[in-house]
Design a binder for this molecule. Sequence first.
Ligand code: PRP
Length: 180
Amino acid sequence: MIHRDIQQVLYSEEELRQRVKELGCQITADYAGKNPMLISVLRGSYIFMADLTRSINLDVTVDFMVVSSYGAGTVSSGQVEIKKDLSDTIEGRDLIVVEDILDSGNTLYYLMDVLKARKPASIRLCTLMDKPERRTKPITADYVGFTIPDAFIVGYGLDYDEKYRNLPYVGVLKQSVYEK
Ligand code: PRP
């Protein structure tokens, strides 16, 4: 049953499951013999993080950050605020930053710099969704689930006005929902 506010399902539960499994296999191979630390950037990445970590066949640790960029719906100042920092130290660790979506790149461009300054052994970025045509900052992800066009998508962790995060699929939101 598709939610009444969804125009079209972009990726079904099954397609998401399959792609996340593939990303997990790739990370497992790339980090063989290592114990990477996965950092979930909340809130959007929580479901992807839960599924991705269960697809990785290595001893991993997990940690969480909450960041917010200023100016939603207005002109962004480019500033990003850390609302909740990591619990653990990351010096010498192999980090994989896990995001739900890479859009303008503003959030991650800032965050990767903050994390690099703490001297991890390595740092890579894994995003479920990538919207390269929206990019304003020079940043690319090392692992990308899906490269998508510039549509308003929700579900599988992604929200509009804090709703729809619990949809098990990724769908395009009806225009009438955000234009009223
Ligand atoms: C989303 C997403 C990224 C950021 C990407 O978070 O999770 O953190 O936007 O956009 P950017 O590339 O333009 O910086 P959002 O601020 O919507 O918060 P949320 O994770 O709580 O949904």
